[in-house]
Design a protein around this ligand. Structure first.
Ligand SMILES: O=C(O)CCC(=O)C(=O)O
Length: 269
């Protein structure tokens, strides 16, 4: 049985998170896997208007994605408010508060050829800040050759890379972001982390960490629930077009504190 981390272990993981921008957490969400699987089943049976499934041109299995469903899928809402995620997020971010940003479901069906390209999440979002964390929570066992990979330390590169849709088109028609370099060519020079994972484990990674994921050539589905959080220093950021996720009804000033009822503060120390 898993026990709570000692204060020293908790400090160590927060320090590693700040240094590496991506760490693996073992067994932290064991109790939440069955409810999250039920939530994903319900979502896939009734996707939202934000669903965008990638269907590979080669006819191989689809990559289902959907976003921002915690208000209509009770299992997701329960996870946001009652799992240890908010408290862990605050600790890793070094923040007094953990504010929920959004949920994201990513299901790579077995045999699908869709590779998730190397990217940072922050440029897709209308939020800026150093205190951020996403939990990538697999609901199936995922081996090292299928798991999402993160470039350690890339959140400290001080760069913002151009957000691209997974079909290779630009998210914003015109923006100042840099083009992502050829990470595969640079692989031998980079410290790229990836782990064998079991349901209950999570990868915690910063919105500025460069990450990507291979195709799922395994014989089983790779269902993932991702929960994204921001900390005290989060501010709204105006981008050069419709962000992903979009929140079209929200009005905000560039640089204003990231505060709106749809982004609840779930943890406060
Ligand atoms: O699961 C994947 O394939 C990619 C996940 C990802 O890019 C994310 O959670 O930000």
């Amino acid at each position: 049985m898993l026990t709570d981390p000692t204060p020293q272990e908790a400090d160590d993981s927060a320090e590693r998170y700040r240094q590496d921008g991506a760490i693996v957490l073992r067994g932290v969400f064991d109790a939440w896997i069955e409810p999250l699987r039920a939530g994903v089943d319900a979502l896939m049976a009734s996707p939202s208007p934000l669903e965008r499934t990638v269907r590979p041109a080669d006819g191989s299995a689809p990559f289902f994605q959907d976003l921002c469903n915690w208000q209509r899928i009770p299992e997701f809402e329960d996870f946001v408010f009652n799992s240890p995620a908010a408290e862990i997020a605050a600790r890793l971010m070094g923040s007094r508060t953990a504010r929920f940003f959004h949920d994201h479901v990513l299901v790579k069906q077995p045999g699908g050829s869709t590779v998730t390209p190397w990217h940072q999440d922050q440029p897709y979002y209308f939020v800026e800040g150093r205190q951020s964390v996403s939990f990538w929570i697999p609901l199936d066992p995922v081996s090292r050759d299928v798991v999402m990979e993160c470039i350690k330390g890339s959140h400290r590169w001080g760069k913002g890379f151009r957000p691209m849709r997974f079909d290779g088109t630009r998210l914003y028609a015109d923006d100042d972001f840099e083009v992502m370099p050829d990470i595969e060519a640079m692989r031998p020079t980079l410290d790229i982390a990836g782990w064998d994972m079991q349901p209950g484990d999570a990868i915690a990674f910063n919105f500025s960490t460069v990450h990507g994921a291979p195709a799922n050539q395994s014989p089983r589905a790779r269902r993932v629930f991702s929960a994204r959080w921001v900390g005290d220093d989060a501010v709204f950021a105006r981008r050069a077009g419709r962000t992903s996720p979009p929140f079209p009804d929200l009005s905000f000033e560039d640089g204003a504190p990231f505060d709106a009822p749809i982004f609840p503060v779930v943890y406060r120390s």
